[in-house]
Design a binder for this molecule. Structure first.
Ligand SMILES: [Zn+2]
Length: 115
């Protein structure tokens, strides 16, 4: 099973392999502003349908996560980082995936606020 997602204008589009069984809502200074619901997957499950450079990159705090966003419409469809085991991970913003029943996906609240 795979799902397609994109930013608002379509400049950044992707397909992600798998079925989300849960999402994370983080209250850090970044996520609380974005309102994203994140689904973490191994990076190879994320397949970009548009060139990688279409998405700009925002770094903050310890620069561990590359927050990727569309420079045209400003939407943040996904982020990239490294898991505890050293593997590349992607954090998919489920709000950018169209064919999901978000209300049916349990949301776990994560306390990511550092200051
Ligand atoms: Zn866009």
């Amino acid at each position: 099973m795979s799902h397609q997602g994109s930013c608002h204008c379509g400049k950044v589009a992707f397909e992600v392999e798998g079925e989300p069984t849960g999402a994370m809502a983080c209250n850090c200074s970044m996520c609380s502003r974005k309102g994203s619901l994140l689904w973490f997957v191994p990076h190879e499950q994320l397949r970009l349908l548009t060139p990688d450079e279409n998405a700009s990159t925002y770094l903050f705090n310890k620069h561990l996560i590359r927050h990727r966003f569309c420079p045209t419409c400003g939407i943040h469809p996904y982020g990239e980082g490294t898991g505890p085991d050293g593997k590349r991970m992607a954090a998919i913003n489920l709000r950018c995936v169209q064919d999901l029943d978000l209300a049916a996906i349990p949301v776990q609240h994560y306390n990511g606020r550092v200051a």
